[in-house]
Design a protein around this ligand. Sequence first.
Ligand code: NCD
Length: 306
Amino acid sequence: MWSRPHLLGIEGLDASEVGYLLDRAASFLGPMPKTDALHGRVIVNLFFESSTRTRTSFEIAGKKLGADVINVSPSTSSVSKGETLLDTIRNVEAMHADILVLRHASSGAPQFLAKHARSSIVNAGDGTHEHPTQALLDVLTMRKRLGDLKGCIVAICGDILHSRVARSNALLLGLLGANVRLTGPRTMLPREAARLGPTVTIMPTLSDAVEGADVVMMLRIQNERFSGAALPTTREYTKTFGLNTAMLGRAKPNALVMHPGPINRGVEITSAIADGGQSVILDQVAAGVAVRMAVLEAVGRTRGAA
Ligand code: NCD
């Protein structure tokens, strides 16, 4: 079952906790009527980085569970006046927030806050570290199409080094017994892939990674996380690491094509593939609401009102 007050990352979760969240999320798939599981609770979405899908789906998920959901964005808050993150959180908690959903550019920000917070902290993406609800929604999407993921081959391609999505997915897929292949330009690959788990391998080329894969997950180049030099030209990148129809043909027939969004059409993926029959990109978005409902409900149950 679930007994943690926070969801900070995939790291440290065990198979039964993950199984609980995924099964609960599966029960929330599809058009869900509103429930009152979190009636009277206050959820504050604190997004210090841009977001469309994640913020919106956390808001919808909270509202489906009957909570009151407030969105704070730093450009219009006192963070732009020099207030520290901890002071911001203390002020929000003084207004009796129960759950804080945090997206922040600093890796480790949610872990730091969890040590000081009275409320539940849910990590909605911290720097290059983790994005646990994204990995959960990706796996939920895969499980729905492929069933048990044990032994499945999942190729994750692109800017692995700066991707919290790749990290959380590698950890979660490893826990579920899937084989994870990571590939991208050498400057965008982590040195210690082995630390992500025994089922994770680095592949030198896109075709090596895609060959015979059940799932091909493409990632955006995280331009905001490094300064220039790591990348050749966009054209060169697309030529070597962009997914086109010929390249996808190397994967298993009917392999799933995934992308956490936002997609850069014509860069890491062609429009024909993003909009094609093998793409489950919008299924991922739909699964996001279900996963976030499961997570908010789970952490919300472990604590009374703050
Ligand atoms: C991802 C993120 O923010 O890490 N987006 C998302 O949450 N769907 C990936 C990205 O920004 O490229």
